[in-house]
Ligand binder design. Structure first.
Ligand SMILES: Nc1ncnc2c1ncn2[C@@H]1O[C@H](COP(=O)(O)OP(=O)(O)OP(=O)(O)O)[C@@H](O)[C@H]1O
Ligand SMILES: O=C(O)C1=C[C@@H](O)[C@@H](O)[C@H](O)C1
Ligand SMILES: [Mg+2]
Length: 180
């Protein structure tokens, strides 16, 4: 549905591999909004990849940078923002997300998350002996937090990115229309 106009910001939350970056890009293209990604923004500002930030500053250092970026980006207008998988851990980030736009939780099974992240070395939290078990732990701990901030929950398992984007736009139209 190219060229269709919807008001406001859309923020995508969910675990690593949920498809926030991929779906966020296509959603932005379809709605004419600017696409931003908090992980990419942090990498652009520091000039290094995320694993290097974790190595040099620890997870705490990364989270502080993430909080500053989320605070800034959620105050922008007419954007689609893909957030880092752990952004919802910080209550300040959760408040900023709820305040600044319509929040979409992309949900996927642990099996799908594992398959989608298995060949990527750019996620420091999954560089363990058993990344699938780690994903299961993260799912357990974070699913309630994603739900807490979400205006809409989208199940992404066994769905192509194109189909998901289309479904998302239909859902958004319906929800935004109902709130008018
Ligand atoms: N619905 C889908 N079906 C199949 N593959 C998908 C789907 N969504 C995303 N993928 C693939 O999964 C991988 C991870 O997707 P993506 O990088 O968008 O996740 P993310 O939510 O942004 O993760 P992170 O929190 O680590 O940034 C990519 O290779 C992407 O092409
Ligand atoms: O789930 C997480 O905690 C993370 C997800 C990624 O998007 C990155 O923000 C980083 O690798 C941490
Ligand atoms: Mg991403």
């Amino acid at each position: 549905m190219p060229g269709m106009k919807m008001p406001g910001n859309f923020f995508l939350v969910g675990l690593m591999g949920a498809g926030k970056t991929t779906v966020g890009r296509t959603l932005a293209r379809s709605t004419g909004k600017t696409f931003l990604d908090s992980d990419h923004e942090i990498e652009a500002r520091t000039g290094v990849r995320i694993p290097t930030i974790f190595e040099m500053e620890g997870e705490g250092g990364f989270r502080a940078r993430e909080c500053a970026v989320i605070s800034e980006l959620t105050a922008m207008q007419d954007i689609v923002l893909a957030t880092g998988g752990g952004a919802v851990l910080n209550p300040e980030n959760r408040a900023a997300l709820r305040r600044g736009g319509f929040v979409i939780y992309l949900r996927a099974s642990v099996d799908d998350l594992y398959q989608r992240t298995a060949h990527d070395k750019n996620r420091p939290l999954l560089q363990t002996a058993n990344p699938k078990a780690r994903l299961a732990e993260l799912f357990e701990a974070r699913d309630p937090l994603y739900r807490e901030v979400a205006d809409l929950v989208m199940d992404t398992s066994r769905q192509t990115v194109q189909h998901l984007t289309h479904q998302l736009i239909l859902q958004l139209e319906k929800t935004l229309h109902a709130h008018r």
